[in-house]
Design a protein around this ligand. Structure first.
Ligand SMILES: Cc1cc2nc3c(=O)[nH]c(=O)nc-3n(C[C@H](O)[C@H](O)[C@H](O)COP(=O)(O)OP(=O)(O)OC[C@H]3O[C@@H](n4cnc5c(N)ncnc54)[C@H](O)[C@@H]3O)c2cc1C
Length: 401
């Protein structure tokens, strides 16, 4: 049978929903409902346009109100216009978005998991009331500026400064990489108080004098997400823009703990997508007069991928339940992020091999998943840093320096 490349690409794009160890049996009705709502949106609205936007490196702004209409902004927050959901539900949401596209999942993760959670976890009641409701409706979009040009893995020693001047703060410094920051409405900026030397958090509005953001060009991963280089030059904000419960880097870590779980779920989404595409392709592509799926080596690769995908799914569902039971800690989050991001990258690599030359074409999606997964291994703390966090826990020996 001869199949055109276009027909083959359309065919392999169909969802398979691999769930070999019956993860879905463990979900509540609400969680299943959320999963299917997001899946329907991602497949109907995101999938048809994603490769076009990814190739152009542009963000699909028209999807934001549609995403808002889904009422899926909740994460582990309660109140302030958010939608109640379990941690497993929040994870599934990321999983489903990532299964179709990592940029949309990252846009959403930065807005909800980093920007909104910073306000929720570190802000006063008044600050939560002020910022969270419009953000929950996706009317105001947020970003999160921790990383600096000279401080990524060691963000704990960030250099941006905040000097108190009467009822105001004057912020100076540079930030690098924040997603959404080129066009967001508000951005949570972390800077060191020149008085007590501790890290404080400030909500900066996009048109605040002294704040400037420029797009990082030439990015070949998560191309739709607009990451920025930021300069803060005598950027003045009032005391009521300082998140009142952020008093040191330990408070920043409370926000980061949650996002490591999100990256684990995102990795599982990319992994299962790549596996499904590879399996569909292997069953349709014929070489030497038979489907390539009939080759032992291809089957061995597929089984290896299935094993890793299943492990990621089981990690994630357990991770979500631990959060819901209040038993999650930093090192478990670090191990899950480490394992799932590294394995997702490996699964995407194998999928790309199985697709041969077609594997590098956007039409077949796996190359996009592979490129996007590269960022997952790095952001929210690199795989090496997660390994060091877990290594310190199990050996009692810190190896960071
Ligand atoms: C797509 C993308 C989106 C991002 N979004 C945001 C965002 O929204 N907001 C934000 O604040 N930041 C964001 N970041 C920044 C991200 O968190 C950092 O890239 C990450 O923390 C790593 O820092 P770095 O890139 O400076 O790498 P470096 O810290 O320079 O690390 C380089 C290499 O050295 C290794 N390394 C460093 N120290 C050690 C050590 N002690 N032992 C062993 N190995 C070590 C690292 O693991 C890595 O392999 C984003 C990054 C990317 C790529």
């Amino acid at each position: 049978m001869t199949t055109t490349v276009t027909a083959l690409a359309q065919d392999i794009g169909l969802a398979r929903e691999t769930d070999y160890f019956l993860m879905k049996d463990q979900l509540t009705e609400d969680e299943l409902g959320l999963l299917y709502r997001v899946r329907q949106f991602a497949e109907a609205e995101v999938l048809p346009v994603v490769n076009l936007y990814w190739e152009r490196g542009e963000f699909p702004f028209e999807l934001v109100p549609k995403l808002g209409a889904l009422n899926i902004v909740g994460d582990t927050m309660a109140g302030y216009g958010t939608t109640p959901m379990s941690a497993v539900g929040a994870g599934l949401l990321t999983y489903e978005l990532s299964r179709v596209d990592g940029s949309i999942a990252t846009f959403f993760g930065v807005h909800v998991g980093l920007a909104m959670q910073s306000v929720y976890l570190l802000g006063s009641e008044e600050q939560r009331q002020r910022w969270l409701p419009p953000m929950a409706r996706l009317e105001k979009i947020g970003a999160f500026a921790l990383t600096e040009p000279d401080h990524g893995s060691d963000a704990v020693i960030l250099e941006a400064t905040a000097r108190r001047d009467g009822s105001e703060w004057v912020i100076n410094g540079r930030k690098r990489w924040p997603g959404n920051a080129v066009w967001c409405d508000v951005i949570v900026v972390f800077a060191r108080d020149t008085d007590d030397g501790q890290v404080k958090a400030f909500v900066v509005e996009k048109d605040n004098p002294g704040y400037a953001a420029s797009k990082i060009e030439g990015k070949v991963s998560l191309r739709m997400v607009q990451n920025a280089d930021i300069t803060l030059t005598n950027c003045r904000v009032s005391e009521d823009a300082r998140l009142q419960n952020c008093n040191s880097f330990a408070d920043v870590a409370k926000v980061l703990k949650g996002t490591r779980n999100t990256v684990a779920w995102a990795s599982a989404g990319h992994g299962v997508a790549a596996y499904d595409i590879a399996l569909n392709y292997a069953q349709r592509r014929t070489q030497f007069g038979r489907p390539i799926a009939k080759n032992q080596m291809i089957q061995s690769m597929l089984v290896e991928m299935l094993g890793e995908v299943t492990a990621m799914q089981l990690y994630c569902i357990r991770l979500g339940r631990l959060i819901d039971d209040g038993k999650m800690n930093d090192t478990r989050a670090a191990l899950a992020k480490y394992f799932c991001s590294v394995k997702a990258l490996h699964v995407c690599r194998l999928a790309r091999d199985i697709l041969g030359g077609n594997g590098i074409l956007l039409d077949f999606h796996v190359m996009r998943h592979l490129c996007d997964t590269e960022s997952l291994v790095t952001y929210e703390g690199t795989a090496e840093i997660q390994a060091l966090i877990v290594g310190r826990d199990i050996t009692g020996q810190g190896a960071f320096t």
